[in-house]
Design a protein around this ligand. Structure first.
Ligand SMILES: Cc1cc2nc3c(=O)[nH]c(=O)nc-3n(C[C@H](O)[C@H](O)[C@H](O)COP(=O)(O)OP(=O)(O)OC[C@H]3O[C@@H](n4cnc5c(N)ncnc54)[C@H](O)[C@@H]3O)c2cc1C
Length: 416
């Protein structure tokens, strides 16, 4: 049996940051990771296309205050310092929108998001859709972007939770991948890979963890798995988790977002590198809006991004249908001919990944206050950390990192 001060479950951003803090504070610890790799939802894949792409987090949000941006500078890791939607193009099914139409679309979407923010600021905890102009011309795009940002349906997302999110509106993509940056930041933290924790017993002094590689005894445990993984019962607790915490896990679910990547043999778009595309088909009002990254960092790729209801439907439809739908939109915008130049496609399915069961957290309408419950320790032995726990940077890599580090510091101080 391994015996340590602190056991850390998960080697995503939060787990790695917690491990790093334990190292700095001189506490004995183990990091137990179910997968055969580190990074969790911050993972850069390089083999499929022979070039890096982020399966999960890709933007350094709130870059000027983001601790990973600071570490990127120290490590000499390159990122693009720009607004997230620079080079944004809008296609309406019948053709490209002109500048005036684009401006009207931007203004309408901004008004929707401002209205949602105003409700939250006023303390109203209702679904964001209540703030949106649902009959307006651009609602389909607001709907799409809101679900991509928050990963739940617009009739589920809490205005108060949305308001609590702190954002400098600097979203800087990492050239060689955000997942690769997280791995570099966590390098030096020993991790026990392919070590699934199935049970946590906290009946006696400290905690006893049952893992696929044996038993671990610790004075306290930091759990960084997603709220959906914890709510699923995949880790059994003895005694059971407090009712208030179980309720909070249900009230702050891990919503869904996914990417479909299409690689081409040459430039088929005729757009500058790292462009963005909004698509809203005005010929068919039933067709949901979509958004793509086009030619990220000059790679001949299009990355289709869907969140919330669209991402759920997408996983349910299966890979073939998903690929077809993505190709159909690209062909509508750039012409059928481009399909001849498709070399490869890949898609994520974070909802069916047993170690994440979703993409990022969002409080349900009426339940914004439940996020704080996630951060309350159980008997000063069980501490949750990770993106869902951070009060203002939730849903993000930097929120996960900060939560992991701060939680480890708190636990270490408590242990003395
Ligand atoms: C499609 C997508 C796009 C995103 N875009 C962005 C973005 O642009 N910018 C941004 O900042 N964020 C983004 N995010 C969110 C960001 O990736 C996550 O919020 C963050 O990486 C979560 O880190 P974490 O450490 O809290 O959790 P995780 O990364 O989920 O880490 C938890 C770890 O626990 C492991 N685990 C699970 N169960 C067990 C078990 N029983 N035993 C042992 N280990 C276990 C998991 O394998 C995982 O490695 C995106 C996410 C997705 C999916």
């Amino acid at each position: 049996m391994t015996s340590v001060d602190i056991a850390i479950i998960g080697a995503g951003a939060a787990g790695l940051a917690a491990g790093k803090a334990c190292q700095a504070l001189g506490k004995s610890f183990v990091v137990l990771e179910a997968k055969d790799r580190i990074g969790g939802r911050a993972y850069t894949e390089s083999e499929i296309f022979g070039t890096p792409w982020d399966c999960g987090g890709h933007w350094l949000h709130s870059a000027s205050v983001n601790p990973l941006r600071v570490m990127a500078d120290e490590l000499g890791v390159e990122y693009l310092k720009r607004r997230s939607f620079l080079n944004l193009h809008l296609h309406l099914g019948t053709g490209w929108a002109d500048a005036a139409t684009r401006a009207a679309c931007d203004a309408a979407m901004e008004a929707d998001f401002d209205a949602s923010e105003a409700l939250g600021r006023a303390g109203r905890d209702v679904a964001v859709v209540e703030a949106f102009d649902t009959g307006g011309r651009w609602f389909r795009l607001t709907d799409h972007m809101s679900e991509a940002i928050s990963a739940l349906r617009v009739d589920q997302i809490s205005t108060l939770d949305y308001h609590h999110y702190s954002d400098t509106e600097e979203n800087w993509p990492v050239v060689a991948g955000y997942g690769a940056l997280v791995a570099a930041c966590g390098a030096g933290v020993p991790v026990s890979l392919e070590t699934t924790v199935s049970a946590v017993d906290y009946t006696g002094a400290g905690v006893v963890l049952t893992t696929s590689k044996g038993t671990v005894k610790a004075r306290a445990v930091i759990i960084t798995v997603s709220t959906n993984v914890l709510a699923s019962g995949r880790i059994r607790f003895t005694p059971g988790l407090p009712v208030a915490l179980s309720r909070a896990l249900e009230a702050v679910p891990t919503g869904l977002a996914n990417k479909v990547v299409v690689q081409f043999s040459r430039d088929v778009f005729g757009l500058p590198e790292t462009s963005n595309l909004y698509f809203m088909d005005e010929r068919d009002a039933t067709r949901p809006a979509r958004s793509f990254q086009i030619r990220p960092f000059g790679q001949e790729m299009a990355i289709d991004y869907l969140g919330g209801a669209q991402a759920v439907e997408w996983e349910a439809a299966g890979e073939a249908a998903t690929f077809d739908a993505t190709k159909r939109v690209l062909a509508d915008v750039f012409g059928n001919d481009i399909l001849k130049h498709v070399t490869k496609m890949a898609a994520t399915s974070w909802g069916t990944d047993p170690h994440t069961l979703g993409a990022y957290s969002c409080a349900l309408a009426g339940a914004a206050g439940q996020r704080a419950v996630l951060g309350e320790p159980v008997q000063e032995k069980i501490y949750l950390a990770g993106e869902a726990v951070h009060p203002t940077w939730f849903s993000t890599v930097h929120g996960a990192w900060a939560s992991g580090r701060e939680t480890a510091e708190k636990v270490a101080a408590g242990l003395g």
